[in-house]
Design a protein around this ligand. Structure first.
Ligand SMILES: [Zn+2]
Length: 257
């Protein structure tokens, strides 16, 4: 494998996950290896971890771009697309911020659950390992959907334990990423431990095309979620509204008569 960010072919692995988080997350040895690989395997040249590399790979693949990520600010992507990065997306940050139509939204000044941007402003949104720290992650995804233009796309990563279902940590003991202890404050507090049904909230937020990218195994996934405004799709709010359901039934009864 070559690093999608700098093309280097040498990697090293560091151990990042601590026993406290292993206990809180109730990880088995295989899952510990998986998280260590996702967060701790890094390129010896550009120092990007596997998570950043997978995210870069997904953007390159989606736009069928040749070359590595460090070269794409010279592409149409870097010159023409309006891009919003929400929190620093690992090692991609120093490359993305060279793009001509780039904006940066950083916590706590900007809350992803309430983005201060007009509808349909951006072509591309990027965030990385952010959603698990957001209290209302579905609302955050809805906001991403809102500020994207039609045919715009969100690229992001979240840590996913694939052989279990998503679990909320409301009411459980506080669990932290980053240095994995409480001294760093609540910014690294985990609200959601993502599992195999992570995709449900993406569809609930309005996205209708989801693609997963890997660099060969499930230790790291990057998600692309495309905004497609198509009148043939079911209007979700319409269906979930009891009052509207009554109206639909009435309408159908009338039609049958
Ligand atoms: Zn690299």
């Amino acid at each position: 494998m070559n690093c999608p960010i700098c093309s280097n072919d040498k990697f090293e692995q560091s151990i990042v996950i601590k026993q406290r988080l292993i206990d809180e997350w109730e990880l088995n040895p295989e899952e510990v290896d998986y998280i260590n690989k996702q967060q701790g395997l890094y390129c010896t040249k550009c120092l990007s971890n596997l998570r950043s590399m997978t995210l870069a790979h997904s953007i390159l693949q989606y736009f069928s771009l040749k070359g590595n990520f460090q070269q794409i600010n010279y592409s149409i992507l870097g010159r023409e697309k309006k891009i919003l990065e929400i929190n620093e997306a690992g090692n991609l940050h120093s490359i993305l911020n060279q793009f001509e139509n780039y904006s940066f939204a950083e916590y706590p000044e900007i809350d992803i659950q309430k983005l201060p941007y007009k509808n349909e402003t951006y072509d591309i949104l990027v965030h990385s390992d952010t959603l698990e720290h957001i209290k209302d992650s579905k609302q955050a995804l809805k906001e991403c959907f809102r500020v994207l233009k039609n045919d715009g796309v969100l690229f992001y990563t979240i840590p996913i334990i694939t052989n279990r279902l998503t679990k909320r940590r409301d009411g459980l003991s506080k669990s932290f990423h980053g240095s994995q202890n409480e001294e760093q404050g609540d910014d690294y507090l985990v609200w959601t431990e993502y599992g195999a049904n992570f995709w449900v909230e993406i569809i609930d937020a309005g996205f209708t095309e989801i693609t997963l990218y890997t660099l060969g195994d499930t230790s790291s996934l990057s998600i692309s979620a495309k905004k497609v405004v198509n009148k043939n799709y079911l209007p979700i709010t319409f269906l979930s509204n009891r009052f509207q359901l009554k109206r639909i039934r009435k309408y159908i009864r009338k039609k049958i008569k």
